[in-house]
Design a protein around this ligand. Structure first.
Ligand code: 13P
Ligand code: ZN
Length: 275
């Protein structure tokens, strides 16, 4: 099968374009990666080339040794992915130590995978273990309203989670484990990857102050839907804060507890503090 005909590749391209249409990917902002299933690699193996050099990832992910990923390229624009996926994307393989990768397909005009590859792979490793292998998608986007909130809310997991839960009744059901927040750090390296993946041990969402968001999920729908839900909630909060007056009413801790009971989700008590 041709790589571009594979269902996971088409789903990946669609997700890139959906993110572009949301306005989350100015210029080359944001990046996406997918951990490819064994049977999906088998389907396209005739088109994969094994002659590229091994390159340093910039961190080590031993549990992902030998895994394959579809990733966006560094400096590539999400708006171009749908027009020329072979220029914007690559399929990479990790070596047996989990410290190197090589390109097997794509990036036909040169280039390398996203500069956030260390964050993507460290998050994949943590989420693969935490989800028993179910999570396959890591998505980074420059979500406008969530970024705006990092200038006015304390950079604390408890505050971001509670404020965003309050903005839409579906939120605690969509991200019951909450949201982690990383203070401002230099992007693109191992340090921010370590900080983010530490939070991803307990959350599916991490916010990078003054930069954007990372989401993890089982498939493209769930991961895009998670990013979309958090960002929509942030948009409502921006509107509420912009109206200037204090909230006259909101969802209370006891109402969250009632929601948790009926929707059969665990909402950690640390987010249900009295204000
Ligand atoms: P890349 O173009 O290297 O993926 O970087 C974009 C970005 O959002 C960095 O955080
Ligand atoms: Zn970014």
């Amino acid at each position: 099968m041709k790589v571009l005909d594979a269902k996971f590749v088409q789903g990946f391209i669609r997700m890139c374009n959906d993110g572009w249409l949301q306005g989350w990917h100015e210029r080359n902002g944001g990046n996406l990666s997918y951990r490819i299933k064994e049977e999906e690699i088998a389907e396209i193996k005739d088109e994969l080339k094994e002659d590229a050099d091994w390159q340093e990832i910039g961190t080590t992910v031993p549990k992902l040794a030998g895994e394959y990923f579809l990733v966006t390229g560094s400096g590539k624009y999400f708006r171009n992915v749908i027009l020329d996926p072979e220029d914007s994307l690559s399929i990479i393989e990790l070596d047996e130590s989990g410290s190197k990768y090589r390109i097997l397909w794509g990036m036909v005009n040169g280039g390398r995978p996203t500069s956030e590859l260390p964050s993507h792979l460290m998050n994949h490793e943590v989420k693969m273990i935490a989800s028993g292998g179910k999570h396959r998608v890591i998505y980074h986007a420059h979500t406008t309203n969530t970024i705006a909130l990092t200038f006015v809310l304390p950079l604390e997991d408890e505050v971001f989670t509670r404020e965003l839960w309050e903005m839409a009744t579906e939120c605690p059901v969509v991200f019951p484990s909450g949201i982690g927040v990383v203070g401002w750090m230099v992007p693109g390296g191992r340090d921010i990857a370590v900080a983010t993946s530490e939070l991803m041990k307990q959350y599916d969402v991490a916010i990078w102050a003054h930069h954007g968001m990372f989401c993890s999920g089982e498939d493209f729908d769930l991961t895009f839907g998670l990013m979309h839900t958090v960002e929509k909630s942030a948009e409502i909060l921006v509107k509420v804060l912009s109206m200037g007056s204090k909230k006259l009413q909101t969802i209370t801790p006891d109402e969250f507890r009632a929601l948790a009971k009926d929707f059969k989700v665990d909402l950690p008590e640390k987010f249900l503090y009295e204000k």
